[in-house]
Design a protein around this ligand. Structure first.
Ligand SMILES: NC(=O)N[C@@H](O)C(=O)O
Length: 285
């Protein structure tokens, strides 16, 4: 199943994309793509629906982040050795974990908002996964029982805020619209192997990142066990698994996003995102 959330920011309704690619309204069945709906029983109920009986949604409404009421957005840093090399650091011996502020989460095609004065806003295509059944101290062998599905994430990053001032990475990772999620939450049954997915990102139509999740240092199964050693994972939490090489920071010379550019990105089977780059002060209100 491909689950979506559509409509204006903050008032998104749940929906699904049927086998013909038509957007269907799920708001008569569930209140949101969130929480317990993501548990195995919730997803089984949705899978049992006859999509043809759901109302179609006219037009092409805005898509919101494909999961609602996200409790936390956990990210894995430097999870591709060639990205670690371009970032100038050694591949980590254990997963690097950081959080992005929930206020950075936005729809897949919402604009990237350049923070005031930003000169080093960068792109990062990533495979993200969504927790269904939560847990603590999850065994690696049980990882698949805990994943509701997968989606695309652009881990937008302001490198000066992230790396050139005091503290950890949070400041550079958390600005508004720095975490587009979607277009769809693709349920886990549709992804045979999360470690065999191509991912790509273009700026103004020019390929910048091309990778495959097979080259991650720490695969999804290890990430879920590792993260749950440090925090309880809950239904609707999202974990983004790191970016392959080709970020702007790693170019020679480094190249960053400018107002007026367009970023497109995607992951095999999970759909694509498209973001216009605009100044924060020009954001639609
Ligand atoms: N360098 C940096 O910020 N990288 C991470 O976000 C990552 O995904 O590897």
């Amino acid at each position: 199943m491909k689950l979506v959330r559509f409509g204006p920011k903050g008032a998104e309704k749940p929906g699904m994309i049927d086998g013909q690619g038509t957007l269907r309204d799920l708001s008569g069945v569930i209140d949101d793509v969130a929480g317990d709906v993501l548990l195995p029983a919730g997803l089984a109920k949705l899978a049992g629906l006859d999509a043809a009986t759901l109302p179609t949604v006219p037009g092409t409404p805005r898509l919101g982040p494909c999961v609602g009421r996200i409790g936390k957005l956990v990210c894995i840093g430097l999870n591709y050795s060639d990205h670690a090399a371009e970032a100038g650091v050694a591949p980590p011996a254990e997963p690097v974990i950081f959080l992005k502020a929930n206020s950075s989460i936005c729809g897949p095609d919402d604009p990237i908002l350049l923070p005031r004065g930003s000169q080093k806003t960068d792109w990062e295509v990533e495979l993200a996964f969504v927790i269904g059944k939560g847990g603590r101290y999850i065994e690696e062998a049980d990882w698949a029982d805990h994943v509701a599905g997968y989606c695309v994430c652009n881990d937008v990053s302001e490198r000066a805020y992230q790396l050139e001032s005091t503290g950890q990475w949070t400041k550079g990772k958390s600005a508004d619209n720095f975490a587009p999620l979607g277009p769809w939450l693709v349920t886990a049954d549709e992804i045979a192997d999360p470690q065999a997915l191509d991912l790509w990102l273009d700026v103004d139509g020019v390929r910048q990142q091309a990778g495959n999740t097979g080259t991650m240092i720490f695969p999804v199964r290890e990430i879920i066990a590792y993260v749950s050693r440090f925090m309880t994972l809950e239904p609707g939490d999202v974990i983004s698994t790191g970016t392959p090489p080709g970020v702007g920071m790693g170019k020679k010379p480094p190249t960053y996003l400018r107002k007026g550019q367009t970023v497109t990105l995607g992951v095999d089977g999970l759909g694509a995102q498209r973001q216009a780059v605009i100044d924060w002060d020009d954001r639609p209100l």
